[in-house]
Design a protein around this ligand. Structure first.
Ligand code: HEC
Length: 102
């Protein structure tokens, strides 16, 4: 009985430490993921590039993403969102794509 307890206690301690470590690692990973999502979700870029390619050359020549600064794209998308009939999400994605490509 005694020997069993002595072997079990360190194992329990090690598992507890490992468990806490993993929990901490998971929390950090989740926090970083959340940060990355607000900064740039790769799918926003991908979907934005598709929407841009499909809709933004319907009425005029395709505008080079490099032709405007980030703040100028924000204003341009605010105008073009209405003209192109984009949803808020589509407009956001196009903006992310343009701002990351200029
Ligand atoms: C329904 C037609 C139409 C669509 C679709 C459209 N545009 Fe335009 N766009 C215009 C017209 C008309 C103008 C010029 C008059 C104006 O600025 O409103 C213009 C002007 C612009 C300008 C000049 C700057 C500015 O803000 O006026 C930019 C940049 C631009 N469009 C980008 C885009 C992008 C990016 C998209 C895709 C999200 C897009 N456009 C989709 C019609 C359209």
């Amino acid at each position: 009985m005694r020997t069993k307890l002595f072997t079990l206690v360190p194992i329990a301690a090690i598992s507890a430490v490992l468990g806490l470590g993993m929990l901490a690692a998971q929390t950090t990973a989740a926090a970083e993921e959340a940060k990355a999502t607000t900064q740039s979700d790769p799918m926003q870029f991908v979907n934005g590039s598709k929407t841009w390619a499909n809709t933004c050359a319907r009425c005029h020549n395709m505008r080079d993403p490099k032709s405007l600064r980030d703040d100028q794209w924000r204003a341009a998308i605010a105008h073009m969102r209405v003209r192109a009939g984009l949803t808020a999400e589509e407009a956001k994605n196009v903006l992310v794509f343009l701002q990351q490509s200029n």
